[in-house]
Design a binder for this molecule. Structure first.
Ligand SMILES: [Zn+2]
Length: 360
């Protein structure tokens, strides 16, 4: 018999990456417990192997729940130890995800995947977990039946995490940008993630900021990602150094060390003029993209996260705000620009929200 409570207090969030699967029990307050990190093992098999790894991560989270003695069941089912308790799982996955049907249409992290019904695959694997074997417990313990209730693009999941438990709390319309290897985006309109007509909305990283600019991974020219993605920031400073510009990083490159945005940020903090300029330009490009976004959507707030955002207020956020103030009309220009609050946890928290949303 299945027990369904009227108010979900916990669900399991899974953040699927090309390298790792991160999972955890998430409370409706947005706290993460019983974390698990497993290698994705994408090389050893196809989508069904990855689905089995996701199920294994969920199993391990539930084992940890048992070990930690956390009672995730409702008060109502507390006295019914022998019954099976259904717990919702949500999944954030990289690529073009068809959220309604639970299908991975395409994913740069999983070459060869095309229209994979990942939610069905994962649920088939979760169904194989006999509830009594979840934690090796005795019959007197709770038995959990995990069910994958929702999947979305990983950046949409992060956006949802920030909306409910991060920098977006209290806002109804917002955009999120994640500055990492690529530049991801998410759009929230009236409190809901906006997917567009065919699930491709929110590709804010492919906003054009230079008509004949740098080549982007998507094949277009001059996308924001071609300027603000990690590799692109490094290439831009290397180009300027090759053109003869002076920088404290010249010696680092001569030593054969590969530059990272973090090294550039550290050089900037130490006063390196070229490194400061690179971040100012990066902020300018982000500000140009956000000006278009503000004019189209008029969001209350833009949340910026990912490793590059760690460059912080002075190096990055001030140039972004300056550009928006310079270019946007007065009302859209009032969009707040803030750093994401949840960091790497946004993926797990947001994925768990997908399961809670599906329930409520
Ligand atoms: Zn692009």
């Amino acid at each position: 018999m299945t027990h369904r409570t009227t108010q979900t207090t916990y669900s399991i969030g899974v953040d699927l990456g090309g390298t790792d699967i991160k999972a955890g029990l998430v409370s409706s307050a947005g706290d993460i417990f019983c974390r698990v990190v497993l290698p994705t093992d994408v090389e050893t098999g196809g989508p069904k192997v990855v689905a089995a790894r996701i199920a294994e991560a969920v199993r391990q989270v539930l084992v940890n729940v048992e070990t930690a003695g956390i009672n995730i069941t409702s008060e109502q089912s507390e006295s019914t130890d022998a019954e099976v308790y259904e717990i919702g799982v949500g999944l954030g996955a990289p690529g073009l995800i068809i959220a309604e049907t639970g299908v991975v249409h395409f994913s740069p992290n999983f070459p060869g995947w095309s229209d994979i019904p990942l939610v069905d695959y994962v649920n088939a694997e979760l169904a194989k977990l006999q509830p009594t074997k979840l934690a090796g417990q005795t019959d007197t313990h709770k038995k959990y039946k995990p069910i994958l209730r929702g999947m979305d693009n990983d950046v949409n999941a992060m956006t949802l995490g920030e909306l409910h438990h991060g920098a977006g709390v209290g806002y109804k319309s917002l955009v999120a940008l994640t500055l990492g290897t690529g530049v991801g985006g998410g759009v929230v309109i009236d409190g809901k993630v906006y997917h567009g007509s065919r699930n491709t909305a929110g590709e804010l990283g492919h906003t054009i900021v230079e008509p004949n600019g740098r080549v982007c991974g998507c094949g277009n020219l001059g996308c924001l990602e071609a300027y603000a993605g990690a590799k692109n920031i490094v290439e831009r400073i290397e180009q300027k150094i090759a053109d003869g510009r002076r920088s404290s990083l010249v010696d680092v490159i001569k030593d054969g060390v590969e530059l990272t945005p973090r090294m550039i940020a550290e050089a900037a903090e130490a006063g390196d003029a070229l490194a400061i300029e690179i971040f100012a330009e990066t902020g300018q490009y982000i500000g140009i993209a956000l000006t278009s976004i503000a004019h189209i959507l008029n969001p209350q707030i833009a949340i910026i996260g990912g490793g590059i955002a760690e460059a912080g207020e002075q190096l990055l956020f001030q140039p972004i705000r300056k550009e928006l103030a310079k270019r946007a009309m007065d009302i859209p220009a009032q969009m707040k620009i803030v750093k994401a609050h949840l960091g790497n946890d946004a993926g797990i928290v947001g994925a768990a929200m997908l399961a809670m949303d599906a329930v409520t």
